[in-house]
Design a binder for this molecule. Sequence first.
Ligand SMILES: NC(=O)c1ccc[n+]([C@@H]2O[C@H](COP(=O)([O-])OP(=O)(O)OC[C@H]3O[C@@H](n4cnc5c(N)ncnc54)[C@H](O)[C@@H]3O)[C@@H](O)[C@H]2O)c1
Ligand SMILES: O=C(O)C(=O)C[C@@H](O)[C@H](O)[C@H](O)COP(=O)(O)O
Length: 518
Amino acid sequence: MALVVVVGPPGSGKTTIGTALAERLGVVFRDTDADIAAAAGKPIPDIFVDDGEEHFRALEREAVRRAVAEHDGVLALGGGAILAAETRELLADILVVHLRVDLAEAVKRTEIDRGRPLLNVNPRATLRRLMDERLPLYREVADIEIDTTGRDIVALTDEIAARIGTRTVTVNDAETPYSVLIGHGVVERLPLFIGKAARAAVIHTANTSELAERVGSLLPDGVEATLMEIPDAEDGKSISVAEQCWEALGAEGFTRTDLVIGVGGGAVTDLAGFVAACWLRGVPVVHVPTSLLGAVDAAVGGKTGVNTAAGKNLVGSFHPPRAVLVDLDNFATLPRRDLAAGLAEVVKAGFIADPVILELVEADPEAALDASGPVVAELVERAIAVKAEVVGSDLKEGGLRAVLNYGHTFAHAIEKLEHFRWRHGDAVAVGMVYAAHLNAITGRVDLVERTKAVLESIGLPTTYDAERWDEIVAVMKIDKKNIGATQRFVLLDDLAKPVVVDDVTAEQQREAYERLTA
Ligand SMILES: NC(=O)c1ccc[n+]([C@@H]2O[C@H](COP(=O)([O-])OP(=O)(O)OC[C@H]3O[C@@H](n4cnc5c(N)ncnc54)[C@H](O)[C@@H]3O)[C@@H](O)[C@H]2O)c1
Ligand SMILES: O=C(O)C(=O)C[C@@H](O)[C@H](O)[C@H](O)COP(=O)(O)O
């Protein structure tokens, strides 16, 4: 079903603004006038001349019906499409943007384009009449009305995106670009990303069961929801849980066009992504992250996986989602400790790429912990933008993507030694302090105090048990970034200047541990 439908009189900019809006939202643009001309094999003015307006309107009603049902992007309708009552009814459940324009500018804009059959004679008077007649109908169907007169495209698309309540980050993945919608209530946009699914498996934990039910109820008629509750947190991220999900998919007869939806924290989205990646060798997955960490990191970028006795995330696959719906309202029930843990990955994005993030947290740590406040919304968008930029150019961690692992070599060792009972974000916080010591010890930038201060200001741990070096070093040796026997670490040459190095000596690693635990 269409994401946004754009309506308005001739000259209001439906095609230009609709195209820019689609680009901004990371979706495809479609125009029913173009559909009609293509299907008829001739331009619209020729249809009017050869077959008459009534015939054209019949073609238009059918073109709109079809496009609304099958196009999951921005859809522009011909200026007169809303004359049909059945079309207006069709638009009742869809987000409709009405573009207004004043008469003088509409005349100017339409003069350039001669292909408008109703404006061949006395265009100014005709336009005035059409605009007056149709205004109440545009208003009847529209959710948002925007005056385009004298305004540039960028400002207009920004305003429409903001009024839709959705900030969108596009992940320009080389395989299939997808959108991360961020805003209050964006879970409602789920029906746009159903594709051809006849069934959807909604994977969740007890903590997100209410939302999972709501997600099930948002599926369009004819799409059958199967709710699959898995154990909470890391207990759910195991091969045996994945296997139970596959058994359930088999029992429900899931096919390649059916859909998996992950509703929960990072553990759920990692598991749901993995289940989707392996079922029939890959079915679509949509993520509805409910934790801050899931939203800014786990749900974006296509890394999926489970933990095994051998270690954290060692079994998995790259399987980018079809879309990610970051509904900020979902953070309302997230415990403060989990919100803080999510901020660890946000702070990481600050150190590796966007220092404004650090400034925002440092300026007001409490605001960074206020789930419903504007600072969290900005932090979420910035952190996702950092991640999208990196994974968009290196999905499979051939090079650049490793920078997202800043602090993770040590963090994953803690997680394994603690039998996955530590919060991932807590481990990453300690891991970043360890990395900051390594930065300083290896003659790079000294950000130790800044790292500790920002993490402590939001209640995150910055030290670890002093007696476990031998175990830690053993686990770090099986880190995914290592090449053969060569250990690799992500360090910082400077703030926002990450580098992957392979020459950190055993002594330097030990020295960093001693400083961390001193
Ligand atoms: N794939 C990736 O790129 C990637 C990136 C970062 C982290 N991860 C993985 O993500 C996991 C960590 O994610 P996490 O921190 O979200 O942990 P989590 O999924 O374990 O969630 C933390 C806790 O918060 C609860 N919770 C989640 N949303 C809630 C809500 N709205 N209200 C109340 N409770 C809620 C969960 O049920 C859980 O108890 C780790 O397994 C980590 O390895 C993956
Ligand atoms: O997406 C990535 O790439 C990351 O490294 C993001 C990390 O923050 C995240 O914790 C991820 O789960 C780590 O992946 P792994 O490959 O080190 O297991």
